[in-house]
Design a binder for this molecule. Sequence first.
Ligand SMILES: Cc1cc2nc3c(=O)[nH]c(=O)nc-3n(C[C@H](O)[C@H](O)[C@H](O)COP(=O)(O)OP(=O)(O)OC[C@H]3O[C@@H](n4cnc5c(N)ncnc54)[C@H](O)[C@@H]3O)c2cc1C
Length: 419
Amino acid sequence: MRFRSLLDLVPFLPAILAQTGNSSKGSTNCRCLYGQSCWPSEQDFSSLSAQLSQPLIRPVPPASACYPVGNPSGNCSDVQQNWSDANWRADQPGAYENINFETYTNRNDSISGCYLNTTLGLPCDQGSVPPIGVDARTVEDVQAAVRFAGQHNLRLVVKNTGHDYLGRSAGRNAFMIWTHHLKNISYDGNFIPEGASNNEVVPALTLGAGVQWREAYAAAAEQQRFITGGISSGMSVGAAGGWVMGGGHSAFSAKYGLGVDNAVQFTIVKADGDHVIANAHNNSDLFWALRGGGAGSWGVVTSVTYKTYDLVPLVMSVINAVMLAYTVETWTAGDSGDIVRQARQRIAQEVRRLDPISPDSATYMNEASLYEPDFRKSFFGSHYDRLRSIKRKYDPGSLFLVAEGVGSEDWDGSLICPV
Ligand SMILES: Cc1cc2nc3c(=O)[nH]c(=O)nc-3n(C[C@H](O)[C@H](O)[C@H](O)COP(=O)(O)OP(=O)(O)OC[C@H]3O[C@@H](n4cnc5c(N)ncnc54)[C@H](O)[C@@H]3O)c2cc1C
């Protein structure tokens, strides 16, 4: 896009101001970002802190422990040793499985980030790691954080493991709710969803929002039960976060279905701060949306209850993974913004090349690209309008926004200003 005069820039000023940190309180409908005058004061944060079970957290990119280079602020050898360990990354509020999501590309193509390779001589910047947040350990922590974000019109990010392939748990200058420590697990062999009749009994495992698959499998096995979930080395994916809201594919899905087929109940903090149950009998529209309507668009899930199965020796005779095209583009520490942009363009081109081959097909959003030509069609198809109206009902102010999520088309690419 080329601008002919400064006047042409006027429609874009809210977005530009929001990104440069110069907008003043109440002057736009844009989300309030760290560094702007609208950002909550220390006193506001103290009032929030008084309602929490834990101190506020100040997430930093993991490599920041190695800076300043001559006098590292943290345990740099620990960082170097664990850099590629997915479970170690999930334990850090400021770390992401794909480290590119820790960086931010500025408008002038320079990159803000913090690289492990200190010999590059680059500064260590915050990038897309939210600078402050809540280490949620209780439902009340989540409620206080959600209300605070709503009251101050903050760009809100919900982060669990940070594994998301679309980077939806990162956000520059945002406020973070970190669900990683919501680790409660309980088994009920006679679970009846709230409001259901006694003949709907199901042996079920209820997992807090921060439980990861390795923990869920172990808890199920202790009860001589099996739960169908994600498979990866280290089993570090969240069992009750983005995985299930995006569908929840498992190597066992051919026999037991997707995660969404096995989820019988959610508990969730809505945008208004209320904590509710969503199942087939309560808030059934929200229950429907949470089972495949995409992560991060409906509220903060605090727990998911899954059906379990008898633990029998499982034989996976054939796992057929058919990939029409598998495109990975990444960039390395020190690459310029221009190289990053070119990599992004190549992905977008590859994704567009697939469209004519499979015109009416869909895309699995949990393992998709940020460059879907029309995410509404490829992720949600004919369900989109219904999802949109459920979104309006439960989150009328669009507090919960993620890239390529329901309702995100009304916002700019950074999810900061309405368009
Ligand atoms: C190593 C690896 C293996 C994988 N294996 C599989 C697999 O076998 N099957 C499969 O289907 N997918 C798989 N995925 C993809 C995975 O399901 C997605 O990346 C998913 O989004 C991860 O969710 P998370 O909550 O762990 O991560 P995060 O990055 O923390 O969160 C992902 C999204 O969910 C939102 N979110 C997280 N928790 C909550 C919550 N409590 N309430 C509301 N929103 C929330 C976040 O805001 C974000 O939008 C894998 C990914 C990786 C990196």
